[in-house]
Design a protein around this ligand. Sequence first.
Ligand SMILES: [Zn+2]
Length: 263
Amino acid sequence: MSRLLVLGAHPDDAEYHAGGLTSIYRSLGRTVRWISATDGSAGHHLLHGPELVARRRREAAASAARASVEHQVWDFPDAHLVADLDLRQRVIREIRTFRPDLVLTHRPWDYHPDHRALGQAVMDACYLVTVPGLMRDVPPLERDPVVAYLADPFRKPIEFRPDRILDVTDRIDAIVSLLAEHESQFFEFLPVSFGSPEPLPSDPNERPAWLKRWFLARTAWRAERWSPGGGERLIEAFELAEHAAGADPALLDHLFPGSRKPG
Ligand SMILES: [Zn+2]
């Protein structure tokens, strides 16, 4: 049984980037924990402060409950995350106590500074999770977990090059139902921040179908790169981080069930 830890910067990152793999893990009876390193306090165009933080915590809890996963929302302020010692120590403590087999996080070249900071902090935590002289109140791990990056479209300075590609089109309705729990994001802030080709329906019953179209459009670049000619597919992709444990093909098949190698 493998344990999956998704270290995202914001309360909706785990579902957005790895909702499919999470669903597969849970259907296999494996344990999953989602972390949001920040409190989500910058994620709205009208709301802010404690009211928004409380709302985002409720939304994250509802989504995690729906997905049957453990979750935490840490209290680093949204849009203020830096790869400092506080964040590194928090990540080391989390990995040592949860003892995941697979850790997913953002690349240090993703678009959002919080994503980049967390990706850097996770890289900084690799190896140190095994060093016994550090953080002596929590036993060190005997070996690093496998660490992999969540997909992003950026090509500079280094393009995302997946080691595993996962077609989760058959799980899209379940993933959209998780995203829909984050009402403040997918039905309020993100259509304003990222734009939307069609307006949000006023009828709440039409919103799941609208969100499904919006999400497929936002993630179409993944299908174009890694599932060409396949119609409307939902693809998740993962790139191994070199600073953590290596993985042979059999282990990757186990950690990413149903995935394929690129090419
Ligand atoms: Zn994010």
